[in-house]
Design a binder for this molecule. Sequence first.
Ligand SMILES: Cc1cc2nc3c(=O)[nH]c(=O)nc-3n(C[C@H](O)[C@H](O)[C@H](O)COP(=O)(O)O)c2cc1C
Length: 273
Amino acid sequence: MNKTINAMYFSATDTTKKVVSGIAWQVSENISTEIAINTIDFTLPEVRTKPVSFTEEDILIIGVPVYAGRVPNILLKYLNTITGNGALAIPVVVYGNRNYDDALIELKDVLQLNGFKVIAGGAFIGEHSFSITLAKNRPDEQDMAIIDDFAKQIGKKITTQEEIETVVVKGTRPYRKHYVPKTKDGSPADIRKVVPKTNSNCIDCKLCANLCPMGSIDAEDVSKLNGICIKCGACIKKCPTQAKYYDDQNYLRHKQELEIEFASRREPELFLT
Ligand SMILES: Cc1cc2nc3c(=O)[nH]c(=O)nc-3n(C[C@H](O)[C@H](O)[C@H](O)COP(=O)(O)O)c2cc1C
């Protein structure tokens, strides 16, 4: 089969990367071992300045993390520049064990509107960006086994169906509003303006400035922010000396509430018909 497999993802703390790469690798194994995988990691801002287009010969596995129950809104502009021209697509969303709400249907709709034929979709669980205990170390071995099986079913669908059917995924239209955390007294807590702080552990290695998906951390003074913070967790979780942290009370309360309320394990949901 003369197809190219493309793995595309935004992944600040690497959970989406692991899911998408796992699916892409297994799909290529299941279709033909000869197929190379073309990877486009659009986590960094420079990559999101280049438009990408595909053809009918392409299969695209594309993943984003779920932010507030939706596709991260800072990615929508870029996602709308990707053109399908009849390529097959598999949207994937990765969420931190609360819920993916309307993120999968939203990603599917974006792809369909941009000329892709959406043939499968999946919602997977990744360690929560805010936490090191919520969905800890996921995707784990059990998730990877489900990912293998999902990829096998996608491979089968592509190689056996004459007219490959589009898929129906879970979600509500019109999409529900973004999920909003609550303050102690139950009113909405706006944590959008919250920014990370830097403690004396900082060795000025500049890693945080190089990996910030918004390009917001000042490379000259990494304790300074020149743009917005999306609370993606990259600078916090990837810092080699644990020098970055949040101390906003509403943020910390929300994180703790999530850890308590959504502690029980959720499982991936796969859509193939
Ligand atoms: C701003 C923000 C909002 C989030 N909202 C949700 C959510 O609504 N539901 C959920 O279960 N997880 C939520 N998460 C957690 C991420 O979806 C999850 O940790 C994901 O695995 C992160 O992907 P990454 O490792 O590829 O960055 C949110 C994370 C961030 C940073």
